[in-house]
Design a protein around this ligand. Structure first.
Ligand SMILES: [Zn+2]
Length: 310
């Protein structure tokens, strides 16, 4: 049988996923006039490049995954078991899709462990909605075109998984010029250059040479200061709590810094956090302003189907 998608999961979950209504609808296909091309770069393997100017918020690419796996299976380290397991699972793909899979980069392991290496190199996290049967939310998907995009510490595109159409999507978070490389984030950005590079080296086996990582020392230090200040706030943002001395002015400054650093996803999250602070301080006009700005930002990041617009 030639499968369009291989899903690696417990049998109960697969049974439930196979009953989803979305499989009865036609598979979404990208517009014929794709705004990007894939090119071989001299230093980074394949790269995604804008073949025309792209507007902020524009859908750049969309595709269904070739493989979806529970994240705890995808990152399993028992290669002797998972190698056999993956070979069996991937044999269900059509010959063309298997060829596509095998053409992807493997930054980990030997040729023997190639299948697992390809998955660990190219998979990204996708949130599947929790279900009554207890489908866990941590899944990884392998998107054969989207995974060709390289990392940048100030990425110009955002990856969004749309559960309604079961597609991975890239949206432009700022205008992208013709000829510019289209980039996404692979790791935490609200950290110093040294921390980012260490994480990227450990997980993806490369030293980031992006524009932000290549700044001269004085500017790099300034960039680190801004990113650390935003990073320090993230635990509070996740908890939805506020330090007693947190002010609107300080959040305004952090929003400016997120913009300067090109951290658009964090900029949107800061707006939501700021909205909560303004409500807490009874500043309703400010709260409305940040709420509107957050909605606009999420529409740019994820498109009109963003669950964060609710
Ligand atoms: Zn970088």
């Amino acid at each position: 049988m030639d499968a369009a998608i291989v899903i690696l999961d417990h049998l109960d979950n697969i049974r439930e996923i196979s009953r989803w209504d979305l499989w009865k609808r036609p598979e979404p296909v990208p517009a014929p006039d794709l705004p990007f091309v894939l090119e071989e770069s001299s230093t980074k393997g394949m790269q995604m490049v804008a073949r025309r100017s792209i507007q902020q918020g524009e859908l750049i690419a969309l595709e269904r995954p070739l493989v979806v796996s529970r994240t705890d299976i995808a990152i399993a380290e028992d290669q002797s078991t998972t190698g056999v397991f993956y070979r069996a699972a991937l044999s269900g793909l059509s010959a063309e899709k298997r060829r596509t899979f095998l053409s992807l980069c493997n930054s980990f392991g030997s040729e023997e462990e190639r299948l697992v290496g390809i998955l660990n190199t190219n998979c990204c996290t996708i949130p599947l909605a929790p279900s009554p049967s207890g489908i866990p939310t941590a899944y990884s998907g392998l998107f054969p075109t989207l995974c060709r995009a390289n990392h940048d510490c100030a990425p110009n595109a955002n990856f969004f998984f749309n559960p309604q159409s079961f597609t991975g999507q890239f949206h432009a978070v700022r205008p992208i010029a013709k000829g510019e490389e289209i980039t996404v984030l692979y790791s935490e950005l609200a950290a110093s250059r040294q921390e980012r590079r260490a994480e990227l080296l450990q997980h993806y086996k490369f030293v980031c040479e992006c524009k932000t990582c290549s700044l001269p020392p004085a500017l790099a230090e300034l960039s680190d200061t801004r990113r650390r200040a935003i990073g320090d706030l993230i635990p509070l943002m996740h908890q939805g709590t506020y330090a007693d001395d947190m002010t609107i002015a300080h959040l305004d400054e952090l929003l400016d810094w997120a913009t300067i650093e090109g951290l658009y996803a964090l900029y949107a999250e800061l707006l939501v956090y700021g909205y909560g602070l303004a409500i807490k301080l009874d500043l309703h006009v400010q709260a409305q302003k940040w709420s509107r700005m957050a909605a606009a930002a999420f529409k740019i990041l994820d498109g009109a189907d963003s669950p964060r617009l609710n």
